[in-house]
Ligand binder design. Structure first.
Ligand code: SF4
Length: 161
């Protein structure tokens, strides 16, 4: 929701790299942790300009070296911008559903990702994360999972139906 205003104000990495932190904070403050995020955004944009000619690198190693970028964000960019299934996005929904469905036991997102990767065809990794996230938002809520409405209830070890 904040990106239209953010990208309108700073349409290029160079523009964002030159931004005043307070201005970025004002635009993104509804997202929470906005001071750290604003700092990371400016530092990330600076790194894109200084190290990558103002473009976004297409490989995991370079992406995770950018300020504020971990494997989750790198996987979002690789899968959705560049069409590369190098890993699986593990956010709070993917982690929770993986544990509830009995696919993973760890809390650590990187370990969950390693556990999921051999279980699904690589070509489907980006879509897998989208589907789990949507299912987590619509049906398998963190506090109140709607097991009675869930198409996975027959095979889910956590089903309460
Ligand atoms: S059956 Fe319940 S716990 Fe299992 S995935 Fe569906 S909503 Fe979640």
């Amino acid at each position: 929701m904040v990106t239209p205003a953010l990208f309108e104000r700073y349409p290029t990495p160079a523009a964002l790299a030159a931004a005043r932190q307070e201005e970025v904070e004002e635009i993104i403050k509804s997202t929470g942790f906005f001071r750290n995020k604003a700092k990371s955004l400016i530092a990330m944009a600076t790194a894109l300009v200084d190290l990558h000619g103002g473009g976004v690198p297409e490989d995991m190693d370079a992406l995770v070296k950018l300020p504020g970028v971990g494997r989750k964000t790198a996987n979002v960019v690789l899968g959705n911008v560049f069409g590369r299934n190098e890993g699986i996005v593990v956010d709070t929904h993917v982690g929770r559903l993986s544990r509830r469905l009995g696919l993973a036991t760890d809390d650590d997102p990187v370990k969950v990702e390693s556990t999921l990767m051999p279980l699904f065809p690589q070509a489907q990794w980006t879509m897998l994360a989208h589907l789990l996230i949507e299912h987590g938002r619509q049906i398998c809520d963190a506090k109140k999972p709607r097991c009675g409405d869930c198409v996975l209830a027959d095979i889910c070890p956590s089903a309460e139906v």
